[in-house]
Design a protein around this ligand. Sequence first.
Ligand code: ZN
Length: 340
Amino acid sequence: MLGPVDARELGITLAHDHVLMDGSFMYVDPPADDDQHMADETITLQNRGWVAYHWTSNHHNVQLDSEALAVSELQRFVNAGGRTVVDPTNVGLGRDPAPLVRIAEATGAHILMGAGYYLGGTHPSGMADRSPDSITAEIVADIELGVDGTDVKAGLIGEIGCSYPWLPNEKKSLRAAVAAQLETGAPLMVHPGRDPLSPVEIAQIVDEEGGDLTRTIICHIDRTCIDRAWLADMAATGCYLEYDLFGNESSWYPPNPSVDMPSDAERMDVVLWHFEQGSEGQVLLSHDIATKHRLHQYGGLGYDHLITNVAPRLLRRGLTEADVATLIVDNPQRIYAFAP
Ligand SMILES: [Zn+2]
């Protein structure tokens, strides 16, 4: 099932994972001259370590392009007790509703499909000439009528791409998305730039435009900033904070070498801190799978990692079953339901 669903039916939910995606925008050549041939190899046991480390430098890796593979990988999530995947693949990331419908039907998973525009580098030509109102109207139509001439409706606005510094037209795209949030009651998910100032400026823009920060998700918090004072300030805005890179256990983060990617253990420390602070109701968890190396088929931990591996570790650290349900059932149900 796609599009807006009865929130009571969401069950265990991945707040941000891509099922099918064209990630060619993130490809960069291998850093070492001697490794250029690695870019065109398919993933094998022999090169899997290299690909996992340099995951943006292999053409095969940056495509989630197999419907059959998506079915078998998502089936493991469903078999583990999972129910819903929020797939914020939108314009610029190769969003395609028809295969998502088939994958949802084959697996029994709910898939919520995204809307709106990703990062400026993936905007179609002509974006500079678009009026904000025309972008808003496009997003509203995706939600209320269906995407790309189908009757398959988007279930959220996002992930709206914001770079830091901002690229041309990204603020316009965000402002248009906020207007669509106001018109439809859909949740708004924003991909921030890789700087702690980016989510701060995003929250300011959402607020300026009259948007609802309590209906807004800032994704990729774990690779942006986990300083506790900053997190407390962000939580105070009312927005949801999404730790969506669980299962990414390499501290080397190719898209931003100045940031050390936290481990799952560090992510869990932050989650426990939110419980201490009383802000656990604003926390969302996911894996942001967007490349092949994260899938079981290619040596990754798959869409079931949160259920299979992380939830038991959170219990071992002292959370109750109800606490874990707050994170992966109750919070997604609240934010991914449409506002009345
Ligand atoms: Zn993103």
